[in-house]
Ligand binder design. Structure first.
Ligand SMILES: NC(=O)c1ccc[n+]([C@@H]2O[C@H](COP(=O)([O-])OP(=O)(O)OC[C@H]3O[C@@H](n4cnc5c(N)ncnc54)[C@H](O)[C@@H]3O)[C@@H](O)[C@H]2O)c1
Ligand SMILES: [Zn+2]
Length: 1612
């Protein structure tokens, strides 16, 4: 057997040398497999992407070799290709492959080859692990990720909707063939994806590997970017150096993983290490998959986990920086704010809370504790396994914002070095590299510039670098100025590092080579290719260097001839950048002739930086002389001698002086001590004067040596104002000075006070005009942010003035916006050390100069820092709506006089079970005078002041559990309005609104309150906006006359008040229970321009529905009825429409404003108007608000923070038919919608019936995933009709009575039930009545009518038996048992057959309803309830007179079983005292015993003789035939007129229903006109409705059922 020469590098794993690496291996693979793994069948499995590219070669190589085999029959090669992508890695995907294998009669000796990425490897590996109990397999990874990670280690798995990789096995392949040539066809993004794992492995294990990854990214990319011709690389002599590098990188990475796996195959400790970056990375991936790839998430995870290590003071910043830069060099994202990520809709879900929540289920965790691999330096970890890390530490790292915990720095006296100065770091690095000998650079600020310069100098063979002390020290082995041309064809890539580009341009002219055609090329990214370099190039060219522009003139890339720098005279235009000057100065000693540098063009900018370069050159042994003219004036001419730099052994880079101001200022403000090593009076940086020039005059003790600065602050609170201070020489430090000035509350030193007599605590900072054009307008920024603390400032032309205040007067809890400016963030953290709960919003902006500032603040200074999740902090309070409703926060009621505040307030208090207060009586009581009198005596002003005080007291004294109604004029004073607005942040302020004319009419009748001194209508108009300002909610108390409904029954008001207040207080949000219970739910779409004509039929229309959708976009106010085209309905009209709907129904409302482009009638871009409507909906207590996700995210996000207990349906409608239920688009839409909404709604259009199955799969999948939101998924059109049947959540339904359907294909509730039944999703059930005698029962009519109306396929039958025996037992355990009613005499006997009872049935001691409950396993348990009491209660409640909120006294006649339910109903109505009348006293006594703990129960011996007030509710439970109101009758119970003694009226119930009008009811009708009567059949119906609801989860269609029952009753 022959095959081409192939050079292989082998790695052994688990004791076997089975990983073979090289290039172009296919012939080698075929040969090795066939020779060493003999088999009858080889099965190659791949995906279409890889198959299209590489399958033919595999096939031909295998066929060639198989055909030459002697054996017979010859082994066969089968191939199978699956679709690409993660979705193939599923149970279905596995089953398909298995079926293929079985179909082709594969046996135990089969060898399976997995050719592809990790998806193929994992899937095929798992098939191999279980097929025929395991067959041999071979991994041939084709992605980098698969090569270095997934193919090595034997882990195989598939995904389920519950999560990734949940099912799998450990199954080791026979071989892993790594053919790096496959990478040439891999998309660049996939390559980077794999590089994340390569970098990870180096980071935990091998610093040397890491260093080469760090410096050689462009070579590594080059290796895959240029396809290798004629199998180059197969043998080592044809391998390019780039290929060699790539292979060694892969080889190194695999070796580490193989080593770790060999030691710890089953991942018990060490193998955990390969999960570096994965704890956080996986959590991110869970949210961003599939849009963002695994490696990309892990890349961010690694940076964050490295920051965790830094926060724990285990890892230094240099290492974090190196890791970050290295990942970035491979085009990987390094933070969550990377635009690629931040722009994704799903990124909104990346909250700290959610990420922590996902991390909870990480496999590495031990119990609830999270584990993270902690780096201790590049190439090593803190432990040989993952380390337990506290949640708070992770939260801090993940948070975008931080809170500085105020207090005294615990590390005082602090001694620290701040990060090295950037300019000094750049110069020192270059000097040491060009110098002779070894130099240890300490305190280097490692940045993009230094990284790029290091890489370049290595390529130019100009110096060697290594790290010591875990990265704290950079060791530079200087090359004494000898530099060579980089390797053939290689360009030096500088990214966007500006300083590096300028410095290196001259450095490259120093390169020498004897080969004339060699050139040095420096280039950069697109941005760099636009930055100017012209003046420098001109100067060098003029001096004789040959430099060409490769692309555009005046910019990089440059091609530079290796001819050395000539020297002698160089002229440079220096008015653009001092860095050109420094560049030439730094290189000049290596020119052939000593250089004289002459700066041309007048003004030289940034002289201090030139001086800095010269001073540093001196330290490295080269003395530059600046010439003077005869008068001794300095000229812009510099003479630089020849000669190598001589490296000092060690060079400590001076700290950045601006950074040093922050720790020093903290010492000053907290009265502690701080020393900054590395910066002193000898410093060249202007900001080094800060201590002496600013802190000392403020009262600090300052000791400054040449190299060190120590500051000791005065006692806390005694800083002095500065008066006038010119900061021109230290402009960057003005922000630090400003925050100190804010709390400098003492007079300035003598002579510093401002001459123009401003306040004594003023500090006037001048000379800083340039700060307006820094990262942000810093002067404005300081003024705006200080204002949040309550500090006053004044802007000046070239500065600002700050008025110091005592610290304790500064506002606490301020959230500081930083404008992405590091100096703003650090300055305000100084203030945060003394002002409680200061939040710095963008903590990451410090990365520019002090990436570990927050860690240093905690670890070196000793101030604690906590993470803050801004997502949970409200951003704005510009809209009404509670921001953070407190539990049971009291409700405040406001509104015009006469709007019904007291009435509504009382009803609300009753419904909530809270206490009601009217502010007027409270006022009168407190002042012992009527309001009217008070005003007459003291005037309006005094009254308003006193009223405001009462309000304040009330709110303070009753923060929870109260309903407080306020006077109509409360909004007249700003103080009271402020109180209300303040209150509105935590509790509801409800504005009760009533029609003006109704108010006028009411007020005309009233005299008790002070008269207005002006027309009431004017008062009305004036106050209207004030009410609007203060309210969070609006209750519309329209008393009638709304479009033709003339009077509103008390019951309707009571019901609506209960619904509204229970909803907005969260006591019982009015949400659809079926939705929460994962049952099927529906809403009826109302498509009217005006809904009022439909109101009379509302009950019929809503039969079966869980909610009503109001299509607000279809509403049209009457005056606009004939307008056509898109339309914005006025808010007032919409409110009225809702108010009238509420009169008829308590079903939750879905408030929908559908835009034109999504199929509605609302204009597409009327954003402001749309949100006005949405906020109006919240105010009105609308339960569900449909918000299209196409509105601007910021708007939606803000809206959502105000939603209170209402829910948001985030919707997307695509009518085009292009939206598919599989793939990224629908996933992205879902993610975006889920990030805002409580419910997701996605509507598409079906093109075929298949689209409905796809939809169903999508929803089912979502329902199974954790943290999923309910999804409304609909396909439009006739083809999509089926989706309306399958969709489980809030299916929109229509009704035959509606004028037109809301959408094509819409079905009615009844139609859907029929369809569900036909497709087996709604089996028919049997229901029964148990009892005797029951032949005349109305229950079958009741329930069967309801079943018919709702199209439910059930049946209700009678089951008459003499005892509770076998027959009943068999019935209730049958699988199709749906439920039963139980009547006399079995209400007690049936109890032993049941598994559990409702608490109500328990107390009453009787059951009238049996409900089977199905467990998830399909078994049913039996539950007993009692609806008799509900029937009685509901009947009474709906008939109580409007004025009777809570009946106090009631009478029950009779003491049998029904009276137990009656007493319980009365107790639930809040009745305190119950009289019982019964012929036999002993049975009455039994009741007293049983219920005495619920109410005060008295036996009355004679009807009409009351032991207290006469009753306002009467319930008779005795047979009608046993009663009479004829005093002369000899038989029966006599009913006297005194029963109705209560002159306020009441409700009388007779439970007997034969005849319909019993003697009791007849008497009431005759004698007591103001009493309401309830007939026995009314109660029967009510309890039946309740039963029906318990069994079916649906509202019973009451009116139609009642009609049918009454009809049957009359006929019987
Ligand atoms: N078992 C383990 O230890 C382990 C470890 C890490 C990841 N994984 C799994 O690996 C999977 C991800 O692997 P992946 O990143 O390789 O994804 P992948 O297999 O989906 O491949 C990525 C894409 O590149 C294409 N492709 C593959 N090779 C190509 C080539 N040479 N040329 C052109 N296109 C090519 C594929 O068709 C696919 O579209 C995930 O399912 C993950 O769970 C497993
Ligand atoms: Zn991974």
């Amino acid at each position: 057997m022959t095959f081409p020469d192939t050079d292989i590098r082998k790695v052994s794993i688990l004791g076997k040398e089975c990983i073979h690496c090289g290039f172009h291996l296919v012939p080698y693979i075929a040969n090795t497999v066939i020779e060493t793994l003999p088999s009858s069948t080889y099965v190659l499995i791949t995906d279409t992407n890889v198959g299209n590219l590489h399958l033919p070669l595999f096939e031909s190589e295998f066929e060639t070799r198989l055909s030459t085999l002697a054996s017979s029959p010859k082994p066969r090669l089968l191939t199978y290709v699956v679709p690409p992508g993660e979705t193939s890695k599923s149970r279905e995907g596995k089953a398909e492959i298995e079926d293929f294998l079985l179909l082709h009669k594969c046996t135990r000796d089969t060898v399976i080859l997995a050719v592809g990425g990790g998806v193929i490897g994992d899937l095929v590996g798992f098939v191999a692990a279980t097929f025929m109990r395991g067959v041999r397999f071979v991994q041939i990874p084709t992605t980098l990720l698969a090569m270095v990670d997934s193919s090595v280690g034997g882990k195989t798995a598939i995904d389920t909707p519950h999560g990734k990789n949940l099912i799998g096995a450990f199954w080791q392949p026979e071989y892993i063939f790594i053919d790096a040539a496959f990478l040439e066809s891999l998309p660049a993004r996939e390559f980077s994806n794999g590089m994340a794992e390569v970098i990870k492995t180096a980071a935990i294990w091998d610093e040397k590997d890491f260093a080469s990854l760090e410096s050689r990214s462009s070579e590594i990319f080059a290796a895959i970017q240029n396809p290798s011709a004629s199998f180059a690389g197969r043998t080592s002599d044809t391998r390019s150096s780039a290929q060699e590098l790539l292979l060694s990188i892969i080889f190194g990475s695999i070796s580490v993983k193989a080593h770790i796996v060999t030691i710890d195959e089953r991942e018990t400790g060490l193998r955990n290490l390969v999960n570096f970056g994965h704890t956080i990375g996986h959590a991110i991936e869970a949210i961003l998959t599939p849009t963002i790839l695994h490696g990309e998430c892990v890349s961010i995870g690694m940076v964050l986990e490295a920051e965790v290590a830094r926060g724990l003071a285990i890892l230094g910043q240099v290492a974090v920086g190196r890791l970050t830069r290295c990942l970035r060099a491979y085009n990987l994202p390094v933070s969550l704010s990377d635009p690629k990520i931040a722009s994704l809709p799903a990124s909104r879900s990346l909250t700290v809370e959610k990420l922590l929540d996902i991390m909870k289920v990480d496999k590495k965790n031990s119990g609830p504790q999270k584990k993270i691999v902690i780096l201790s330096r590049i190439g090593a970890t803190y432990e040989q396994k993952a380390t337990v890390v506290d949640d708070s530490v992770i939260a801090k790292t993940l948070s975008e914002a931080v809170k500085v915990i105020f207090g005294t720095p615990s590390k005082s006296p602090v001694r620290m070095a701040t990060p090295g100065s950037k300019s000094i770091s750049n110069r020192a690095l270059l000097l040491a590299a060009l110098g002779r000998g070894t130099c240890r650079l300490k305190n280097l600020l490692h940045s993009d510039d230094t990284q790029v310069m290091m890489n370049a100098l290595v390529e130019l063979k100009g110096a060697k670098f290594s790290w010591e002390e875990g990265g704290e020290t950079l060791v530079v082995d200087g090359g004494a100025g000898t530099l060579s041309v980089p390797e053939q064809g290689k360009e030096i890539y500088l990214g966007n590092a500006g300083t590096a580009a300028r410095f290196l341009t001259t450095v490259c002219t120093l390169v020498r080579s004897s080969l004339a055609d060699e050139r040095t090329v420096i280039t950069g990214n697109a941005r760099m290719k636009q930055r100017p370099i012209g003046p420098l190039v001109d100067a060098l060219r003029a001096n004789g260097s040959a430099i060409d522009y490769v692309e555009s003139q005046g910019c990089l890339p440059l091609s530079i001839a290796p001819t050395g720098l000539k020297g002698s005279r160089i002229q440079l235009a220096a008015s653009v950048s001092s860095q050109y000057v420094s560049s030439i100065l730094l290189c000049a000693p290596y020119a052939e002739e000593p250089v004289t540098l002459e700066l041309m063009g007048g003004v030289v900018i940034s002289q201090p930086y030139i001086d800095m370069t010269i001073a540093m050159m001196k330290t490295f042994g080269v003395d530059v002389v600046r010439e003077r003219d005869r008068s001794g004036k300095l000229l812009n001419i510099y003479r630089i001698p020849k000669g190598p730099y001589v490296n000092p052994k060690e060079y400590a880079i001076e700290s950045d002086a601006s950074s040093a101001t922050y720790p020093l200022a903290i010492a000053a403000i907290t009265g502690t001590e701080c020393t900054i090593a590395n910066i002193g009076s000898a410093s060249l940086q202007g900001d080094a004067r800060f201590a002496k020039d600013v802190l000392e005059p403020m009262g600090c003790e300052v000791v400054q040596t040449e190299t060190e600065t120590t500051v000791r602050g005065p006692p806390v609170g005694s800083l002095k104002a500065l008066g006038l201070v010119d900061m021109e020489l230290m402009t960057d430090a003005f922000l630090t000075a400003s925050v100190l000035a804010a709390v400098a509350n003492n007079a300035p030193l003598k002579g510093r006070a401002l001459p123009d007599g401003s306040t004594l605590t003023a500090t006037r900072i001048v000379g800083i005009a340039n700060q307006r054009v820094k990262e942000c307008n810093r002067i404005r920024a300081m003024m705006d942010q200080l204002a949040k603390f309550g500090v006053e400032t004044r802007e000046l032309d070239d500065g600002l003035e700050i008025y110091g205040k005592p610290m304790i007067e500064l506002k606490e809890g301020v959230s500081v916006h930083c404008y992405d400016d590091h100096r703003v963030a650090m300055a305000f953290s100084v203030l945060g050390s003394v002002v409680k709960d200061t939040i710095i919003e963008e903590k990451r902006c410090v990365e520019k100069t002090w990436p570990n500032w927050w860690d240093d603040l905690e670890n070196k200074i000793g101030l604690k820092v906590e993470g803050v999740d801004l997502a949970s902090v409200d951003v704005s309070a510009s809209y009404s709506g509670m921001e953070s409703p407190a539990e049971s926060a009291s409700v405040v009621i406001i509104g015009m006089r006469g709007s019904g505040k007291t009435f509504i307030g009382r009803l609300a208090a009753t419904a909530l079970g809270w206490t009601f207060f009217d502010a007027d009586p409270v006022f009168e009581q407190r002042h012992q005078i009527s309001v009217r009198e008070f005003v007459r005596k003291h005037g309006w002003a005094a009254f308003r002041a006193a009223e405001t005080k009462v309000l304040k007291n009330l709110l303070e004294a009753h923060p929870t559990g109260h309903v407080i109604s306020l006077g109509g004029g409360i909004v007249e004073t700003p103080a009271a309005k402020d109180l209300l607005k303040q209150y509105a942040k935590r509790g509801p302020v409800v504005h009760v609104v009533r029609e003006v004319d109704q108010v006028l009419q009411y007020l005309g009748e009233e005299t008790a309150r002070p008269a207005y001194g002006e027309p009431i209508v004017d008062v009305f108009r004036r106050r209207e906006p004030w009410f609007a300002e203060c309210r969070t909610h609006e209750f519309i108390n329209y008393t009638g006359v709304l479009n033709g409904i003339d009077s509103r029954p008390a019951e309707s008001v009571r019901r609506d008040v209960a619904r509204f207040f229970k909803h907005i207080t969260g006591q019982e949000p009015n949400l659809a229970p079926n939705l929460a219970d994962d049952k099927r739910s529906y809403f009826l779409s109302l498509t009217y321009a005006d809904v009022t004509p439909a109101l009379p039929q509302m009950e019929e229309l809503t039969a079966g529905a869980d909610a009503i959708e109001l299509r607000v976009d279809l509403l049209r106010s009457p005056k606009d009825f004939d307008k056509i085209g898109p339309y914005v309905p006025p808010v007032t009209y919409v409110s009225e429409q809702i108010a009238s709907l509420r009169q008829k129904t308590s079903l939750p409302i879905v408030f929908t404003v559908r835009t034109v482009s999504q199929g509605g009638n609302f204009p597409d871009h009327a954003e402001k108007e749309a949100f006005e409507l949405f906020y109006a909906a919240l105010r009105l207590g609308i339960e569900y608000i449909d918000v299209e996700i196409s509105w601007p995210s910021k708007r939606i996000k803000e809206f959502v923070t105000h939603k209170g207990y209402s829910q948001v349906i985030a919707s997307w409608h695509d009518w085009s038919g292009k939206l598919k239920w599989t793939g990224h688009l629908v996933e992205d839409i879902y993610q975006k919608a889920a990030s805002f909404g409580d419910i997701v709604k996605i509507v598409s259009k079906a093109n075929s019936i298949q689209d409905n199955f796809a939809l169903y799969n999508f929803v089912t999948h979502k329902r199974l995933t954790t943290l999923a939101k309910p999804v409304i998924a609909i396909n439009m059109g006739i083809e999509g009709q089926m989706s309306r049947v399958l969709n489980p959540t809030f299916s929109p339904v229509t009704h035959p009575l509606l004028p037109n359907k809301a959408a094509p294909g819409q079905l009615s509730f009844a139609e859907i039930q029929t369809a569900l039944h036909l497709i087996g999703q709604l089996p028919s059930l049997r229901f029964f009545l148990f009892g005797t005698p029951i032949a005349h029962s109305m229950s079958p009519t009741l329930h069967n009518t309801a079943f018919r109306i709702l199209s439910l396929p059930h049946k209700y039958e009678l089951l008459e038996t003499t005892s509770v025996g076998q027959e009943i037992k068999a019935t209730i355990t049958a699988p199709d048992f749906g439920g039963a009613s139980v009547t006399i005499p079995f209400k007690l006997d049936v109890i032993p057959l049941l598994d559990s009872l409702s608490p109500d049935a328990e107390v009453i001691g009787a059951v009238n309803t049996i409900i089977p409950r199905r467990t998830p396993e399909g078994l049913h348990t039996l539950y007993g309830d009692n609806t008799d009491w509900l029937g009685i209660r509901n009947c009474i409640q709906s008939r109580l007179p409007a004025t009777l909120h809570k009946p106090e006294v009631a009478l029950v006649i009779g003491a049998g079983g029904t009276s137990r339910a009656a007493i319980y109903a009365l107790y639930k109505l809040g009745v305190k005292k119950i009289y019982i009348f019964n012929r036999t006293k002993t049975s009455a006594e039994v009741l007293v015993d049983a219920f005495s703990n619920l109410a005060d129960i008295h036996i009355v011996p004679v009807l009409g003789e009351w032991p207290g007030n006469p009753p306002s509710v009467i319930v008779s439970t005795v047979p009608a035939s046993a009663t009479t109101f004829d005093p002369s009758a000899s038989e029966g119970l006599y009913l006297p007129n005194e029963l109705f003694d209560n002159e306020h009226g009441g409700v009388v119930v007779d439970m007997a229903y034969k005849p319909a009008d019993t003697p009791l009811l007849t008497l009431a009708a005759r004698y007591a006109k103001i009493w309401e009567v309830v007939r026995g059949l009314d109660v029967l119906l009510e309890q039946g409705y309740a039963q029906f609801h318990m069994w079916t989860g649906r509202q019973c269609p009451r009116r139609a059922v009642a009609d049918a029952v009454w009809k049957a009753y009359r006929m019987s």
